[in-house]
Ligand binder design. Structure first.
Ligand SMILES: [Zn+2]
Length: 76
């Protein structure tokens, strides 16, 4: 990934923005960064991250297959 702008529209490079949370196991520091990182997770089809950041009580309603289907069916 070279000099790619982040999907979440911060204007930052992906590697300095949501990729920190998506790939490097850092916790998003605020609710806003979390929402942004979840958007980028959809854009990059990162179902594992989306499941991991869904609240535990809701998680049983989601499946990785469904998330991936939805993420790949949409243009982000
Ligand atoms: Zn971002």
């Amino acid at each position: 990934m070279e000099n790619k702008k982040c999907f979440c529209d911060t204007g930052l490079l992906f590697e300095n923005c949501c990729e920190l949370y998506l790939q490097k196991n850092q916790k998003a520091p605020t609710a806003l960064t979390l929402m942004r990182s979840r958007y980028s997770a959809y854009a990059t089809h990162n179902a594992d991250y989306l499941l991991a950041t869904t609240s535990i009580s809701e998680r049983k309603y989601y499946s990785k297959t469904e998330i991936l289907k939805w993420a790949t069916a949409n243009t982000w």
